[in-house]
Design a protein around this ligand. Sequence first.
Ligand SMILES: Cc1cc2nc3c(=O)[nH]c(=O)nc-3n(C[C@H](O)[C@H](O)[C@H](O)COP(=O)(O)OP(=O)(O)OC[C@H]3O[C@@H](n4cnc5c(N)ncnc54)[C@H](O)[C@@H]3O)c2cc1C
Length: 476
Amino acid sequence: MKNREVVVIGSGIGGAGVAALLAKDGAKPIVFERNNFVGGKAGSIEHEGCLFDVGVHISARGEKGPLAQLARKVGADVSFINKSPLLRLNYSGRDGLIYQKMTHPVSLYNIYRIVRPSIKSLLGMLRLAMLVYSVKTKEDAAPYYHIPAKSIIDKYMSDPDMQTFLDICCNLMFGISTDEASAGDWLLAFNNWITSGATAYPKGGYGAIPNAYMKACEDAGGELHLNEKVNRIIVENGTVKGVESDKGFYPADIVISNAGVVKTLDMTGEQHFPGSYVEKARNAIDSVGGVMVKYILDAPFAEIPMSLYTPRRFNVPDLIKGMEQGRMPDDMALFIVSPTATEPGLAPEGLHLLYGGTVTPARFDKDLSNAVMDRVENRLEKLHPGLKEHIVWKERSGVDVIAAISGRVHGDAIGMAQRYDQDGDKRFSPKTPLKGLYIVGADTGSFGIGTELAAQSAMETHALILEDTAGVHRAT
Ligand SMILES: Cc1cc2nc3c(=O)[nH]c(=O)nc-3n(C[C@H](O)[C@H](O)[C@H](O)COP(=O)(O)OP(=O)(O)OC[C@H]3O[C@@H](n4cnc5c(N)ncnc54)[C@H](O)[C@@H]3O)c2cc1C
């Protein structure tokens, strides 16, 4: 890779990850980042002496997943803090703790006690669990990629409360419901998640991961240009020639975009791509978005790393449809992360961080978004009475902020959705039809959850680039 001029557009998990991998091979990538911080949606920013995550994050597989695997490959200093009990589950007003090992008898008993599925659904649930356990690899998942997860679940059981619980878990993992999610991805991610017992929060905040990747890149000779937006990708005769940023032209024979498939098309000019590629990109569907409320508190309200609140038989597809038509639900599911419960070093002594978030459409009106945030705050207060009196500082953000931070068209939380009709062989490859142009990040990862999907994409993109450049060396 030594003689290659490599440009990476964006320093999200995908961009920073692939830049570190290529730098390790001897390339000296230049990474352009439009924000003044590294990490995109997985970045962290300092406020009031506390380190806040841009999103509301937890790593599904921590030390055993692709984020750590990538870090080990490039010698990046990333470590995870693994706490048990992991989750406070509240369904329909009943609550209890779930341990790291989902198969722990207390976890299983608590899920049963809290969700209360009917006795007659238990055999079907056991058979579904056996199917989940059998799907351990991408190859095992392949027959299920183009089937909605719900159709598999329906085959085994119809209990409405357990269906709701599984749908909420699906939304947590993929930002879409079981009626849309690919059964292959759902089975594989569920298997990896529950069997790893390694769900964790990174030491130093979520942004510590992309920052460590970027540091590994810079230590190996790469460059980071913060606050520098790439406006155009220059292509001649189907081959990449470089990029044009706010500050000038940079020649490159390899350009890797972390800006998502659609923004990459826009920056390049769709006339350079085959019509079928453009049509597929323009029609692709992203995950849902979300709103977030973040607090600095002067009392510890949540000692468990994460909590999940779900009203009885809560229906996410109906919620999203209703919100798109301007209707507000009375109540909604809530994902709560308490980063200082795991990593107290993120805030000065005596202060605690608590984030609450819920799903909304990725394109969402600002007033409605504010109304949802009010409901999130009210629900947080109901779950943690007295919390409002202990707020030292707070921040509220919606899909406009997610879009601005990631540079994507809308404020989707994950990226291009892992839907049954755009998964497996229908997913975008990191390799585009243009020579030297690649797309890295959640849009092109082959499997995994959120940041792990993006890290997976970084490793897959790296492998494809090595394959392509080795081909050129052999030919010359
Ligand atoms: C509220 C919320 C909660 C989430 N919860 C979780 C969770 O619990 N667990 C989990 O694993 N994942 C979670 N995710 C999803 C996860 O954050 C994303 O899937 C992942 O971070 C996407 O990474 P990426 O590499 O695709 O790029 P992004 O994070 O989208 O980063 C892209 C980067 O490219 C830069 N960029 C774009 N265009 C340009 C340009 N023209 N010039 C220069 N720079 C540019 C952007 O500024 C940005 O830094 C959550 C996301 C949100 C928003």
